[in-house]
Design a binder for this molecule. Structure first.
Ligand code: HEC
Ligand code: HEC
Ligand code: HEC
Ligand code: HEC
Ligand code: HEC
Length: 217
């Protein structure tokens, strides 16, 4: 072990010791969070958008290709479609049938979930236009959250062709996203080690460092 690594090890041990000493019970060791699936401010379904509608992951999480965070899409990305799509097909079909039975014109159907998106973006479904006033932004609750002393970079993995699903599970089948992996140090290091030893046939000839300084500042 080099001097630099030992210094880092001591720093990390000290930082953790300090946290525990300070009685900070909120140390978010993610190993405890496997399966975590918090309720979100709006019922966004990956199963519907990625599974049924097959919208590519990178359409909404383009950061994953470019840098460390994958990023959560802005409401304006949703509005590319939802300026026009104001409700699910099922709800619209029901209105079509009703209108035909009652021999009247179709009424616009606005889903209550999408109403939250319209409020956040200041969009009026009466005029189908943006108003001057914006509502409070949607506050998505974070699902995955490594401790601050760990460095993770999406683009390094995405560019090496590690599929999103290897680390996040079959997101395109999830109504609500949950944390699929335990995100422990062992999980990271084992995959890196298997790649370097050639045990993981998907990554022949690749090298993924297991030196402390690569993952710890
Ligand atoms: C239409 C946009 C859209 C598409 C397409 C999409 N996502 Fe998401 N994704 C979101 C939004 C919005 C959130 C935040 C709300 C939530 O967690 O459900 C999110 C959250 C996530 C999270 C949890 C983030 C956290 O807080 O830790 C993961 C992981 C994720 N997406 C992976 C994927 C993968 C993998 C795909 C492709 C199979 C995908 N997403 C496709 C919009 C999208
Ligand atoms: C590429 C187009 C597209 C994008 C981008 C998109 N959606 Fe959708 N969304 C749809 C379509 C189409 C439906 C209806 C599908 C159906 O009913 O089968 C839908 C349905 C929904 C519904 C269900 C409505 C209901 O009540 O049934 C919600 C909620 C929703 N989207 C939220 C979002 C959010 C939030 C984002 C951005 C993170 C987003 N969508 C991005 C196309 C899109
Ligand atoms: C090698 C494993 C791995 C792969 C591959 C991976 N992720 Fe992640 N992802 C993580 C980890 C670990 C975190 C938590 C990072 C943190 O807390 O700093 C994360 C966090 C996220 C988040 C939360 C917000 C953010 O900006 O970090 C989203 C969204 C996400 N990933 C989407 C994706 C998508 C989409 C792909 C594929 C294009 C993907 N991930 C590929 C491991 C991975
Ligand atoms: C499924 C396998 C897999 C998992 C799980 C995984 N990685 Fe990786 N990681 C890779 C591959 C493959 C590369 C090599 C990328 C390349 O060739 O550039 C890599 C590279 C890296 C690098 C760049 C290393 C360098 O040599 O510069 C860092 C940093 C990293 N990973 C951190 C993490 C962390 C932190 C985690 C856990 C939260 C993690 N990885 C989980 C496969 C994985
Ligand atoms: C490929 C990435 C990666 C490498 C390489 C790595 N770590 Fe970690 N380490 C992590 C992640 C992720 C966590 C947080 C999750 C956890 O605590 O298991 C962590 C947590 C820790 C902790 C906190 C205590 C604990 O067990 O939770 C210490 C101390 C630590 N690492 C030291 C080291 C040392 C020393 C090395 C070099 C021998 C090293 N790490 C190499 C990813 C890595």
């Amino acid at each position: 072990m080099t001097h630099r690594n030992i210094t880092i090890l001591i720093c990390i041990a000290f930082a953790i010791g300090t946290l525990i000493y300070a009685g900070n019970v909120n140390i978010n060791l993610p190993g405890l969070n496997q399966g975590f699936a918090p309720e979100q401010p709006l019922a966004f379904s990956h199963r519907l958008h990625s599974g049924d509608l097959t919208i590519p992951c990178l359409y909404c999480h383009s950061g994953a290709e470019k840098g460390a965070p994958a990023g959560i899409p802005a409401a304006s990305t949703c509005m590319n479609c939802h300026r026009f799509v104001t409700a699910g097909w099922d709800q619209m079909k029901i209105e079509e049938k009703k209108a035909a039975e009652e021999k009247r014109d179709l009424q616009l159907v606005v889903s209550s979930e999408l109403q939250k998106l319209y409020q956040a973006t200041g969009y009026s479904t009466e005029t189908m236009a943006y108003q001057d006033k914006l509502g409070a932004p949607l506050e998505w609750v974070r699902v995955h959250d490594l401790p601050d002393f760990v460095f993770f970079n999406h683009s390094r993995h995405v560019m090496a062709d590690v599929p999103c699903q290897t680390c996040h599970g079959l997101v395109e089948t999830m109504e609500t996203v949950h944390q699929a992996a335990d995100l422990s140090m062992g999980w990271c290091v084992n995959c890196h080690r298997d790649i370097n030893s050639g045990k993981n046939a998907n990554f022949k000839g690749k090298h993924a460092s297991i030196s402390c300084a690569v993952c710890h500042y």
